[in-house]
Ligand binder design. Structure first.
Ligand SMILES: Cc1ncc(COP(=O)(O)O)c(C=O)c1O
Length: 341
């Protein structure tokens, strides 16, 4: 029984969901949403804060500032509240309302930039704002998740060994890419492992993280409007880009079976099931990483009006293909009957 006195002292690191009954493929999903920040970013935030404390960069007087589309902001809010630091999160209109409210409830301040950058995203604008703040007052400390080695080191030290401990015969790992911290930590760890592991990076269509054309992206988490400075493609075997429509369909499909995950989990699982459909799953051990849970996306991915406005009726109808028991013909349903995968 874990007993803690600081919120970042707990993280569920050994929970995996076997998705075979939903998708028909043996795919194990590592769930990273069970901690007090609700996402995998708690690990990166903790590592970066502790390293800044050790270096003497972070003192009682400091004001932490960070650019985040949400989850790192919440994670830093949790840690800042626990340790008594002030924290300002610079975000953009794609940050979910509940995420913003959560940061404020934890005592952080939130600044939302609204101007698009040259790539059609907000990252450039957010970074410009953070740089200007840091130049204006030396009390601001920017951990810079995009360049901080602590971001990938956290996953090298925790996420990857947790997977390795449960799946000693791992063959393929699917990792969503935002800053590339998770990808680089896992990629570096498994490169030096006792057997080869295929590292598949998952990105969203419209992201320029691995090159390609910039485009509209409405779901926070995955994808970047610049190349991630932490990214070293020599650790990546393959990149799969996922359309947001497929992300949403996959999220709804899992939700209809009781697993409410966030948007990037939908992307990662969509990429992984496509890959497994192409390669076959016989004798393969496949793991994907789910960075967070779905409650923060209730007013976006799981809300009909939002889906209809942005993606139209066709997506809405296909997302509903896996109907709830309410929508099934009750006469044809035997009690307790399960839907086929
Ligand atoms: C929802 C979500 N998606 C994707 C990612 C991608 O992670 P990274 O920034 O390590 O590439 C994160 C990271 O926390 C996340 O919270």
């Amino acid at each position: 029984m874990p007993v803690i006195s600081a919120p970042h002292a707990f993280n569920e690191g050994s929970l995996f969901v076997d998705l075979e009954s939903i998708f028909g493929y043996r795919l194990f999903l590592k769930c990273e949403g069970f901690n007090f920040a609700g996402s995998i970013k708690l690990k990166a935030a903790n590592e970066m804060v502790e390293s800044a404390e050790r270096d003497g960069r972070l003192t009682r007087d400091s004001v932490l500032v960070e650019s985040s589309s949400g989850n790192l902001g919440v994670a830093l809010s949790v840690i800042a509240a626990s340790k008594g630091y002030r924290f300002l999160c610079v975000t953009d209109p794609r940050c979910n309302l509940s995420t913003k409210l959560l940061m404020e409830a934890l005592g952080s301040r939130v600044h939302v930039v609204t101007d698009l950058d040259g790539n059609g995203g907000f990252l450039g604008t957010r970074l410009e704002y953070v740089r200007a703040l840091c130049a204006s007052d030396e009390r601001y400390v920017w951990l810079s998740q995009y360049t901080n080695a602590g971001n990938w080191r956290a996953h090298f030290r925790t996420t990857a060994p947790e997977i390795a401990a449960h799946f000693p015969h791992l063959d393929v790992l699917f990792v969503g890419t935002g800053t590339a911290g998770t990808l680089m930590g896992c990629g570096r760890y498994f490169r030096a492992w006792h057997r080869p592991v295929r590292i598949v990076a998952v990105d969203s269509v419209g992201s320029v993280a691995f090159g390609g054309e910039p485009g509209r992206r409405m779901i926070p988490g995955l994808g970047m409007s610049m190349r991630p400075p932490l990214l070293d493609e020599s650790y990546v075997d393959e990149v799969i880009r996922v359309e947001e429509a497929d992300t949403i369909r996959t999220c709804h499909r899992m939700a209809r079976r009781g697993f409410l995950f966030g948007g990037s989990t939908g992307s990662v699982v969509s990429a992984a099931t496509d890959w497994l459909a192409r390669h076959g799953t016989r004798d393969l051990t496949a793991v994907a990483i789910a960075p967070d849970l779905g409650e923060r996306y209730l007013d976006t991915i799981y809300q009909s009006n939002w889906l209809q406005d942005l993606y139209g009726d066709r997506l809405l109808d296909s997302a509903r293909l896996d109907a709830t028991p309410w929508e099934e013909d009750s006469a044809s349903r035997a009690p307790g009957r399960r839907r086929r995968p």
